[in-house]
Ligand binder design. Sequence first.
Ligand code: 7TS
Length: 409
Amino acid sequence: MNVHDIRRQFPILDQEVNGKPLVYLDSSATSQKPIQVIETVEKYYKEINSNVHRGVHTLGTRATDAYEGAREKVRKFINAKSTQEVIFTRGTTTALNTVAASYAADNLKAGDEIVITYMEHHSNIIPWQQVARRTGAVLKYIPLQEDGTISLEDVKATVTANTRVVSVMQVSNVLGVINPVKEIAKIAHENGAIMVVDGAQSAPHMKIDVQDLDCDFLAFSGHKMCAPTGIGVLYGKKHLLENMEPIEFGGEMIDFVHLQESTWKELPWKFEAGTPIIAGAIGLGAAIDFLNEIGLDNIEEHEHKLAAYALEKMSAVPGMTIYGPLDAAKRAGLVTFNIEDVHPHDVATVLDAEGIAVRAGHHCAQPLMKWLKASATARASFYLYNTEDDIDKLVEGLVKTKEYFSDVF
Ligand code: 7TS
C-alpha cells in the first residue's frame, strides 16, 4: 500500500493549519473522508435525492436501491448471514443504546448481571447503568491487568451463571489494546449470556467477521471509517432481533396501524423508524468500497507499524508517560500519553500551533482515567493516511512542548 497515493485521495489533508502543513492525528475521534466518499454523497444529492421505500417514481427507486445496496455492502464487510441483521443507526452510541433499551431492558430481571470492563467508552457504560437501574440487574466490571490488558482468567472469574449480557470494546480508544472478544464471547455463551461488541475502534482498522467472533451484537460508526457523520451500524443475530421490540416508533417501521395498536415491518426496517440516513448510508457504502480496495489487512499492518514506530520514538521524549501496553504486538494504531508537569490541553494547544491535531481530555472514558490515576491525557491516533513523517513531526512538537514548559516554569 502506497500511503502517499492514499493521502492524495483525502483533500482535507492538503492544507496548512496555523501556517504549518496539517498533521492529522485524531482519527479515533473521527476519520477524514476520501474524495470517493465525498463525490458519492454529492452525486446522491445532485442526481438521486428522494425518500426511500415509498414512492414508485424513478428517483425513489434509485434512492432505495442505493440505500439497500449499501446495506448489502455492510453485510459483506462484517460477514453477516443476512441483510436483515444489519440495522442502520446514527452511530455506535445509538446502536449500543438500542441493545440496552430493547434487548436488555426486556430480558433482564433483578439479580441478573451485566458485565463490562474498566476500559469502556461512556456509550458502553451508561446504557447498562440505566438498564441496571430499571431492572435491578447488577453491573459488574472485568478488572484490568497492570498493562491495561484483559486476562481471560479475570473474564472467567467475573462472568457467572447469572450473567445475561457481556459487552466489551474490541479496541480501546485510550489504551489501544485489542481485546480477545472471540474468546470472551465463548465464555459469555458458556454461561448463557449474550455477547455485545463495541467495534467503534476496530471496524475501521481490521477485518471483522461476526460469524467467526460469534458475537450476538456488534456496534460501529461510519464516521470513524471514512464515511460521513450520522451513520452507523447495529449488527444483531436474527433470532435475537426478531424477538426484540423497536425503541423508536413512527413512519417507515410499521406494517399496519390501527387505532389502538400497530404491527411492525420485518427486519431490519422495524428498527429504522422515520426517514433514514440515506446519504450517510450510501456514503458508508462508498467508504467500504474504498477500504476494501486498499484491504483491511494492509490497513491494519500499516497502522501497526506506525504504532510500533510511535511507541519507540515517543518513549524517548523526556518526561513521557505512555498508557497501555508498551508491547506494540498488543496494540492498534493509537498512543495515549502525558508529559510530566504539562497539562494535556497545553500539549494539544502547543501541537496545534505546529499544525498537529491530537485529542486531549478524558476521551469519554472516566472510569478508565480513574484507573490510570490521570484526570486527562493526550492521544495521537493513526489511520491509513498517516506516515512516519507525521510521527516525527509529533515527536518534534512534543520535545518543543516539554522544553517550552520547562523554560516557563
Ligand atoms: N465506543 C468507542 C470505543 C469509541 O471510541 C467511541 C467514540 C464510541 C463508542 C462512540 O462513538 P460515536 O460515533 O457514537 O460517538 N470515541 C471517540 C474518541 O475516542 N474520541 O472522540 C470520540
